[in-house]
Design a protein around this ligand. Sequence first.
Ligand code: 6R9
Length: 636
Amino acid sequence: MSNYHIKHLEEYWQVYRKSVRNPESFWEEIAEEHFLWRKKWDNVLSWDFSKPEIKWFEGAQLNITENCLDRHLASRADKTAILFEPNNPDEKAEHITYRDLHRRVSKMANVLKSQGVKKGDRVCIYLPMIPELAISVLACARIGAVHSVVFAGFSASALSTRINDCDCKIIICADGSFRGNKTLDLKDIVDKALENSPGVKTSLVVRRTNTTVVMKEGRDVWLDDLFDKAEDVCKATVMDAEDPLFILYTSGSTGKPKGMVHTTGGYMVYTAYTFKNVFQYREDDIYWCTADIGWITGHSYIVYGPLANGATTVMFEGVPSYPDYGRFWGIVEKHKVTQFYTAPTAIRALAKENLNFVEKYNLSSLKVLGTVGEPINEEAWHWYNDHVGKKNSPIVDTWWQTETGGIMISPIPYSTPTIPTFATLPLPGIQPALMDENAKEIQGNQVEGRLTIKFPWPSIARTIYGNHDRYRDTYFSAYKDMYFTGDGARRDAVGYYRITGRVDDVIIVSGHNLGTAPIEDAINEHPAVAESAIVGFPHDIKGNALYGYITLKETGEGRDQDNLRNEINQLIATRIGPIAKLDKIQFTEGLPKTRSGKIMRRILRKIAGKDTENLGDISTLLNPEVVKSIKNNALV
Ligand code: 6R9
């Protein structure tokens, strides 16, 4: 028997050592015992990072939806697969059972087939967080079509770029979406996008908001008409383990977005295994990840990982601030959520508000809390631990990437002792290394360097769609025979990893390497500070100096700004050293963020460097409007 479910630290080490000694047999055992294959593999792994070419379970055949749906029908047909919580708290939550999900996915798959979609075709999905999103994803997988989900908050131009890059002929979209007290006209955005994407011949429109939309004759079709008529049985298309499952775009530091391609067999095995262990998932749990399915977190840990384990996965349509800042906690209480997985930016936003919003709910069902997306600062970690987890639920700080497909470095709750801001230990099968400036591996502990991975794991992206050279150059050229993550990390005395941020966020001040994360941590400790971002700007003597953009909490507004600046610098000097003091501090009403909540330091860097002519595309930001006010009030 494979040790599929790790239950204590000693067991983790046993499993980890085994996984590194012989990765092939480690993953083979897991793949054998826990999944449904139409045909077993001829070869577990072949790889060559110099090409790069990576193949897992070659020769095997399967359909991932048989693993996520069909095989649960025997024992879990009436169990809730998707628990849909609508934006409007007065609208009833929907419990979609495995039987029902299987039926709806089959119908949707038949609709796609009726529109001429075939194995290997790319299907663009641009939907809000409603059940049809998960159903469309699975329907594509059912018939071997490759889904390309685009987050339904992206602009028409961002959508069109992504459609054209992978040449989609069909899009699944909606009339509109509900976000808090707003209704967004999604179909209008799609119409604009399709003006520049003439390759799209069909758009299937889901009715959600009932807003009036223009339906283009011959192209636009209401989904419900087709769906109602569709057969509810659809045979799963048999896929090779290395057939592509989906494309998901991630922004690069330059140029157009990268369409990361994930394949079927390895992705399934890895996301299912990590879901089970990182969330210590048990049969009766109610698991909730607040991400959008438009991001990798939603693909792997709302849809595939949970469903492959027969879990109940919550899908939330709304926002954390509607109808008030207690919404998340209200949902946890209402559905007795056992695992809650969110982003540091959401935690910081909620921590700014009155404690009463969290204290009035009963959160005693929670067993595991998770974070993902960026380094979590110490203050946010403690707030999460104290007020949400009541010091009783371990926090898993999960480090991973769109490219890695699944969680790579993370505590295993109830096994790995946690430390604030540390992602801690590599999961079984993951072999991290830290590299120095001379591209040499740094041995030992209490060291810091660039984070790479030495050996393939089953869910690594196999290529960038249509651009394998860029895939090699971006991830495999910096260090020979290693995957380069683009992140920096520190390994502490006991071998725990702390991710220090993108290495492009490292700023060298007077010859000292300063990571942005620890400085921001120090700043955020100030009671008046809500959030901060620092960047470097050219300085005659120091080479670079530090520029801080800081948003204040309500309690800080109206305070003397020079006093605040002094106090903040004092704090940095005490926590990190005078070298890390900020030369300039600009108080701002917000920080520019991507839709997944990452601070766009690229823009802040340009403003600090007086290079405001060409800020690049800011249309995909969550809050493009703050850029203007930051620019107008810049201290340059
Ligand atoms: C899953 C996801 C990947 C980048 C990654 C890193 C940052 C993610 C983190 C984290 C520190 C964590 N990141 N999780 N940094 N601690 N727990 O977010 O994928 O959107 O592709 O972003 O996010 O910088 O390289 P993606």
